[in-house]
Design a binder for this molecule. Structure first.
Ligand code: DGY
Length: 330
């Protein structure tokens, strides 16, 4: 079928289990193939999927690289990804082939910001260490010197990536007494900066030396991949913390582990890792880190809203219009 003609009832392959109501709605609207047992698709399954559908609905666990895209027949016209991040998709290859790509931004902003804030609270205050000690039956009672962490009030939070999530984190962090600093490709407007009392740092290096907590809320792109490397980690103050709920690949994990193990950074809160679901055993052995299994957007409300966005994007595309969450290659 030529690309400008849309099938009345497109064949849609969804690679992971989605909220039930959304799957039911998809079955009403599309000729949908669902993933009943929610296994992560192998590369062979992904290759078979791209060969046999009009619309692919992958998630961040599916690496849709250039080879897969180039191997897709004309029939594949839309990749309606479930999730905000698009680093698992070769956007340039898709664009070159005329395949439309959409994502689901906006609806996971507040939930992800909540999780970032939870990590900002947990790590400097050593909440996971306290809980672990209590569960292990090692709590001998209150003591003036026990489990001291660091106050948040008056500390400087540096936000790397001031998009929707970064701004939502700033709002929460201000309520906890943190001052807001940020580095972003583009500067916020004066009014936006004023609203959250944020100081812009055009140079990431300079911001790093001035903050007490760094939160990474940037997307992973060729520009941000590996941006927090050994050199930049060495610029961060000793009594500081790193929170990453963006993408694991933005931080040089070996360098981070070394800095944490040597006490050059006080602690870290991580929700993402470079090769998920692998978690480096050296991280597991560290006490000063909180490790979460990529659950920033894991709420019933958020995951349903994400699925509804996928449906809306497919329907608008079926109507021949520009889908609301169109993603283009940078
Ligand atoms: C996304 O949508 O990219 C998030 O990482 C999922 O939590």
């Amino acid at each position: 079928m030529p690309r400008n003609e849309k099938p009345l009832r497109p064949k849609v392959i969804v690679t992971r289990k989605l909220p039930e109501a959304a799957e039911a709605r998809m079955a009403e609207l599309f000729d949908v193939e669902l993933n009943e047992d929610d296994h992560a698709f192998s590369r062979e399954e992904l290759a078979a999927a791209v060969r046999s559908c009009d619309v692919l609905v992958p998630t961040l666990t599916d690496r849709i690289d250039g080879d897969l895209i180039r191997g897709a027949p004309e029939r594949l016209q839309l990749i309606a990804s479930y999730g905000a991040g698009t680093d698992h998709l070769d956007l340039a290859a898709a664009n070159k082939k005329g395949i439309v790509v959409t994502n689901t931004p906006g609806v996971l902003t507040e939930d992800t910001a909540d999780l970032v804030m939870a990590l900002i609270l947990s790590v400097p205050r050593r909440l996971q260490e306290g809980e672990k000690m209590l569960r292990a039956g090692q709590w001998a009672g209150w003591a003036p010197m026990a489990l001291q962490g660091h106050s948040l009030t008056g500390k400087a939070l540096g936000i790397f990536g001031m998009g929707r999530i970064g701004r939502a984190v700033a709002v929460r962090a201000r309520a906890c007494g943190l001052t807001i600093h940020y580095h972003n490709r583009t500067r916020l407007s004066e009014a936006e900066e004023k609203e959250i009392a944020a100081r812009y740092w055009p140079e990431l290096d300079e911001m790093l030396a001035s903050i007490d907590i760094l939160t990474i809320n940037a997307p992973q792109t060729p520009q941000t991949k590996g941006a927090i490397d050994a050199r930049r980690l060495s610029m961060i103050k000793k009594e500081s913390y790193i929170i990453n709920a963006g993408r694991g690949g933005i931080v040089d994990q070996d360098a981070l582990i070394e800095a944490l193990a040597e006490g050059r950074i006080s602690g870290a809160g991580l929700d993402v890792y470079p090769n998920e679901p692998e978690v480096d055993p050296r991280l597991l052995a560290l006490n000063n880190v909180v490790l979460l299994p990529h659950m920033g957007s894991a709420t019933f409300e958020g995951r349903t809203a994400m699925a509804n966005k996928v449906i809306a994007n497919i329907r608008v595309w079926m109507d021949g219009a520009r889908p609301p969450d169109l993603v283009e290659s940078p």
